[in-house]
Design a protein around this ligand. Structure first.
Ligand code: ADP
Ligand code: DP6
Ligand code: CO
Length: 361
């Protein structure tokens, strides 16, 4: 039976995991296109623990584009949402369903409005990269709905225009965002360095120090850093390029010692750059600092790193253990020094480095 004229809804749902950078992106050279000042490298997490799930729908009966995030309506007027919608609509292809008789011609997609509902299964805007999972999922799901044929590289470049870190969440495993050189951003997208089956010994544990929304969003924080920090230029031009090479080698060779050293050093330098911003930005708190001390002392006493730590733009610790045995010990230590009733450490999210690329989306 054909759908009555104007009375149908077409929907698609997708899920995307978040990713945590081990070489941080911090600072844009172009705000509108979201082009970074340096390359970055991340690990994509298991979507069962940290992911965004997004449903997008179109219908001739929708009078405008609307979006709900975690059940609350949010405005789509910002440039980032508009860029993603515009770029996906441009690439939409004809859709035809014989059963219902619904036919959407390429040019019709421009006229149809979308309703978007997204839900994060982890704290939003708390420094666990919700913008990465959120915009990757939005672009992927819109692409699915609108029959977009472009490959993941192209989708990554579109997700980048929603939130920089989102370009890395299109892939599972270890991912590099190549900053690119061109002014139009066409060479600034993510590539997969190794897939989710690589380096299966690693275990990632996230200590949720605070699930509160951060005071300074990543976007405004890095804008202030670019405008005021003298250290940022040194970091982007002199430090990061050699760290990226070291990190690629460490990942390829599964060299945990080098991986941990570079990961911790880069997290610390990112937070140093935040402190070098005027006014200074404090993303970590006392509990974060105590976690760093715990890991540093442990690594030192063993003579070789057991655990790497990294903190995004928030106080929550992402801890990467070299294997399951170390992960079990780490959990024991966390429980001892930060018992669950500790008001600062609300919960642990434990995730294997089990990453789903295509299958998880
Ligand atoms: P985070 O550290 O969590 O990435 P950011 O400050 O970078 O924090 O970004 C938070 C913003 O990302 C939110 O205010 C919202 O605009 C956007 N965002 C978060 N989750 C989603 C989602 N599931 N879908 C679309 N946008 C999202
Ligand atoms: C500290 O990607 O959230 O997590 O591009 O302005 O949306 P926008 O910023 P966002 O910044 C992420 C910063 C970081 C490091 C990283 O993920 O590389
Ligand atoms: Co973010």
């Amino acid at each position: 039976m054909a759908a009555p004229e104007g009375q149908w809804v077409l929907m698609a749902t997708g899920r995307s995991p978040t990713n945590i950078a081990v070489i941080k992106y911090w600072g844009k050279r172009d705000e509108a296109l979201i082009l970074p000042v340096n390359d970055s490298i991340s690990v994509t997490l298991d979507p069962d623990h940290l992911s965004a799930t997004t449903t997008v729908a179109v219908s001739p009966s929708f009078p405008s584009d609307r979006m709900w995030l975690n059940g609350k309506e949010i405005s789509l007027s910002g440039g980032r949402f508009q860029s993603c919608l515009r770029e996906i609509r441009k690439r939409a292809c004809e859709f035809e369903d014989e059963k219902t008789g619904i036919k959407i011609k390429k040019e019709d997609w421009e006229k149809l409005h979308v309703h978007i509902a997204s839900y994060n299964n982890f704290p939003t805007a708390a420094g666990l990269a919700s913008s990465a999972a959120g915009f990757a999922c939005l672009v992927f799901t819109l692409g699915k709905l609108m029959n977009v044929k472009e490959d993941y590289g192209e989708l990554s470049s579109i997700a980048r225009q929603g939130s920089g870190s989102a370009c890395r969440s299109l892939y599972g495993g270890f991912v590099k965002w190549c900053m690119g050189k061109k002014d139009d951003g066409s060479d600034s997208f993510a590539v997969q360095l190794a897939d989710e089956t690589h380096w299966n010994d690693l275990v990632i544990i996230i200590a949720v120090v605070s699930s509160k929304q951060k005071e300074t969003s990543s976007t405004s924080g890095m804008r202030d850093t670019v405008e005021t920090s003298p250290l940022l230029q040194y970091r982007a031009q002199t430090v990061v390029p050699s760290r990226v090479l070291k990190m690629e080698e460490a990942i390829k060779n599964q060299d945990f010692e080098s991986f941990a050293k570079v990961t911790c050093a880069d997290s610390n330098q990112f937070h140093a750059v935040c402190l070098d911003t005027s006014p200074p930005i404090f993303y970590m708190n006392d509990t974060s600092h105590r976690i760093i001390s715990l890991v540093e002392k442990w690594n030192h006493s063993e003579g070789t790193p057991q655990v790497a730590y990294t903190f995004d733009a928030g106080p929550n610790a992402v801890l990467i253990a070299r294997n399951r045995k170390t992960a079990a010990l780490l959990l024991q230590k966390l429980m001892y020094y930060f018992p669950p009733q500790d008001k600062d450490l609300s919960s642990y999210l434990v995730g294997d480095k089990l990453i789903l690329g295509d299958a998880g989306l």
